[in-house]
Ligand binder design. Structure first.
Ligand SMILES: Nc1ncnc2c1ncn2[C@@H]1O[C@H](COP(=O)(O)OP(=O)(O)OP(=O)(O)O)[C@@H](O)[C@H]1O
Ligand SMILES: [Mg+2]
Length: 295
């Protein structure tokens, strides 16, 4: 029999884009009660593979180390142990292959909205006319065309966040790291941008790691959800979301509700709420998720 049967081809392993191996992050912090300095372990033995072209969302309780994880992936902070590789190369700092939208939008206050969006393109030496066309495209996408000539201090928090998103997308990196990029937005803008991001992702094949507090958002966007636990921060569960795409209009479905509840359960501390939640209606559990313990 020809070994290259459909199932053999279909079972081809995805290419790993990002390898996180035994990552530790320790901060030196001042002890309470004035007792000098101690070590605070934020992340301990974190292992994760992110596949090329996948949309991975990261959820976990506040303070579990999601932003720290993303900062490490971006190369913005050094790790205290372990290694992160992208395309097989150990990362040593920020680089052109990664773009990020951080939790606290960091715009350049002395640049206009348009110049902020074009910043990475200027570094890449993209000609002026092309830069302008690209920034106009992404500013339109985030609904800020009329604000191109404003400065960051003249914008609301949500608008600044949208500029940061436009800037990251305009930069067009292979890997996009997004830390709660839509958290400051109203529900309608948030859903619009989720769909725009999915469309862009489907078109470009980018690898996206996206942190969110919203279980709904995590399920709606993800191929896989990495659930983090706290104290010390670690990945406790990785859940495959097998809902078909496009997912527009899927939020009200029984499958969606079931997955949302399942992820909520994974986020509960230890033994709380571990009782099984029966599938709704005809939902075939294996058809909508499977999960694996973290690496
Ligand atoms: N520079 C720092 N020095 C000391 N501790 C830090 C530092 N940065 C972060 N931490 C601590 O590390 C832990 C993880 O922080 P992090 O910002 O990664 O959490 P998070 O999961 O992103 O939380 P949130 O959901 O609230 O954004 C927190 O307890 C925080 O206090
Ligand atoms: Mg955070």
């Amino acid at each position: 029999m020809d070994p290259r049967t459909d199932s053999a081809i279909g079972a081809a392993r995805p290419t790993t884009k990002i390898e996180v191996r035994d990552i530790q992050k320790v901060y030196r912090v001042k002890r309470e009660n004035g007792g000098g300095y101690g070590e605070f372990i934020v992340l301990k033995d974190v292992n994760l593979d992110v596949y090329a072209g996948e949309f991975l969302t990261l959820v976990g309780p506040s303070g579990c180390g999601k932003s720290t994880m993303l900062d490490l992936l971006a190369g913005l902070i050094p790790n205290s142990g372990g290694e992160i590789r992208i395309d097989g190369r150990t990362i040593t700092g920020p680089a052109m292959d990664r773009g990020f939208v951080m939790q606290a939008y960091a715009l350049f206050p002395w640049l206009t909205v348009q110049s902020n969006v074009e910043f990475g393109l200027t570094i890449k030496k993209v000609p002026k006319a092309k830069r302008k066309a690209i920034s106009a495209h992404y500013l339109e996408m985030v609904g800020l065309t009329q604000f191109a000539n404003r400065y960051p201090h003249e914008l609301s928090g949500g608008m600044k966040q949208r500029v940061a998103i436009a800037r990251a997308l305009a930069f067009d990196p292979e890997v996009l790291l997004m830390d709660e990029p839509f958290a400051a937005l109203d529900a309608q803008t948030r859903e619009t941008l989720q769909d725009e991001l999915l469309e862009l992702w489907e078109k470009t094949g980018k690898t996206i790691v996206f942190v969110t507090h919203s279980i709904d958002e995590a399920v709606y966007l993800a191929d896989r959800i990495a659930v983090m636990g706290t104290n010390p921060g670690r990945i406790s569960e990785i859940v495959n979301i097998k809902l078909s795409r496009p997912r527009k209009g899927s939020r009200g479905s029984a499958e969606f509700g079931w997955i949302r509840h399942k992820i909520w359960q994974y986020l509960q501390p230890e033994e709380a709420a571990k009782e099984d939640f029966p599938p709704i209606g005809a939902t075939d559990v294996a058809a909508v998720i499977d999960s694996q313990a973290a690496l």
